[in-house]
Design a protein around this ligand. Structure first.
Ligand SMILES: *Cc1c(COP(=O)(O)O)cnc(C)c1O
Length: 475
């Protein structure tokens, strides 16, 4: 399996890399995102063989189709080390809960940080450790977080050999639970840095440090952001697992509704569908930041400015642009790298938008690729959390509530709808209290977490001071 960039031109495209070459990389050199040259096809016999496999072994089967530069026994061992009942809470890893006939919740949030990002990040931690050891290299992950991504990265990389994590966050702006989750990690290779500023200040620091190419090379600075192909690939597995759990025969089709921000999660659903998984619809659910819903309704992709980006009660979907969306558009345009480069490398930076509304390809987003979309607001979220509690006796988090709200609008008789649960309610307790007048349940392993010793440095948004910190840690 070789990987190409979404902006690659020429046949065969100039970029043509293997899995382990792109594992530790971010964007392709031409600014595009990596995708496999072709999607491996899973036929009915294979799907039947996969029924009944443990999650870790299903992960191995799927990853094997994309990774041919790690020996099979090693890859299987990495999958089995990652997807354990101990780490993910149940033997099923991503169990389904039936809400009513034809409507299911698929739990993706029983990992260490109680959000779906653990599903991919835990694997990434083990892959990074493996590949760095093989190369005899080190990596310093430097990132910015306002919540879920940073903590998922830290819990995946803690104690891993060859990796350090430097994670900036806006001082005092994460929820108390999220702060406690991150700052209570005392591992030597984890550096929590609370920046006296807002999230944008943190992101500016990351840009400034990564933009100093000499520093970046000398100190092996890397990222774990959602455009990493390995993260997306790991997420493909739970679409198969959800399908296999909710069906008895391969004749059946199911739909998924996916709470979406950067289009990472649902892009994995698109890949699963392209591999032949019988998915009817992929329903994209957004919050008030409806960049994606606008596209799937109108064909206009319009990135938002800071003033236009709302702070909502489903904050992990508060995005101004959808950083994985380019992958789907590349497929939608028949894998035309030159056109994709024009849209994302030229039109978006210059005009902040592009419009495919009049392009025949746009109609195929629904007809050929199964996409649909909807939007949910704070009022909808509260109502859905209440309804779900009253009807099913279940408390869902704010992001999952956005998914459920939109899923109800897209149900088709005879086609089961699987809603991906992306976080546990305890992470967003304030909104649960607002909706239900009571605190959400806290998993036992997080009892008293706020009172644990914390390791965090508070720093001004000063590029040189951050560079000194990283350099000193590497000495
Ligand atoms: C990151 C996140 C999302 C959005 O996922 P994308 O891959 O960015 O679309 C949704 N819900 C939760 C809880 C998240 O942490």
């Amino acid at each position: 399996m070789r990987y190409i960039s979404t902006r690659a031109t020429g046949t065969p495209p100039s970029e043509h890399k293997r899995f382990c070459e792109i594992l530790l990389e971010g964007l392709a050199p031409d600014g595009g995102l990596y995708l496999p040259e072709t999607y491996p096809q899973v036929d009915a016999a294979t799907l039947t063989r996969w029924r009944g496999l443990a999650y870790a072994d299903l992960a191995f089967e799927i990853l094997s189709l994309y990774v041919d530069d790690i020996p099979a026994d090693d890859l299987r061992a990495l999958c089995r080390k990652t997807y354990t009942e101990e780490v993910f809470g149940t033997a099923a890893i991503v169990p389904l809960t039936r809400l009513e006939d034809g409507l299911y919740l698929q739990a993706l949030s029983n990992g260490p940080t109680l959000a779906f990002k653990d599903m991919a990040m835990q694997l990434l931690g083990n892959l990074f450790e493996y590949e760095l050891a093989r190369r005899g290299e080190e990596l310093n992950i430097f990132g910015a977080t306002s919540g879920d991504t940073g903590s998922a990265a830290e819990y995946a990389m803690r104690g891993k050999k060859g990796v350090r994590v430097f994670m900036t966050s806006p001082d005092g702006r994460m929820s108390p639970f999220q702060q406690a989750q991150m700052f209570s990690l005392l591992d030597d290779n984890i550096y929590n840095i609370a920046i006296t500023g807002v999230f944008d200040d943190c992101q500016d620091l990351v840009k400034a440090v990564s933009g100093d190419l000499d520093f970046k090379r000398k100190y092996k600075i890397g990222t774990v952001n959602s455009i990493n192909w390995a993260r997306l690939m790991a997420q493909v597995v739970y679409y198969f697992a959800g399908y296999l759990q909710s069906t008895k025969s391969n004749e059946e089709r199911v739909s998924f509704t996916v709470p979406s921000g950067n289009f990472g999660n649902v892009c994995a659903g698109h890949v699963a569908r392209m591999m032949g998984l019988p998915i009817a619809q992929l329903v994209v659910a957004t919050n008030e930041n409806d960049v994606l819903d606008e596209f799937f309704r109108t064909g206009v992709y319009r990135v938002r400015g800071t003033a236009d980006t709302h702070e909502t009660s489903s904050p992990s979907m508060d995005i101004s642009k959808a950083s994985n969306f380019e992958r789907f558009v590349f497929d939608l345009l028949g894998r035309d790298g030159a056109r994709t480069a024009d849209l994302f490398g030229s039109q978006v930076p210059r005009q902040g938008r592009f419009d495919l509304g009049a392009d025949p390809a746009f109609a195929q987003a629904a007809s050929r690729y199964g996409f649909a979309s909807g939007k949910s607001t704070h009022t909808d979220r509260l109502a859905t959390i209440r309804d779900t509690w009253q009807k099913y006796g279940l408390v869902v988090d704010t992001h999952t509530a956005d998914g459920l709200k939109v899923a109800h609008e897209h149900r088709v008789p005879g086609v089961p709808m699987l809603v991906l649960e992306t976080a546990l309610p305890i992470k967003f307790a304030a909104t649960i209290v607002e909706a239900l007048g009571r605190e959400p349940e806290r998993p036992a392993k997080f009892a008293g977490i706020e009172a644990l010793p914390k390791k965090v440095r508070v720093m001004a948004p000063d590029v040189q001071a951050i560079k000194d910190l990283i350099a000193h840690a590497c000495d």
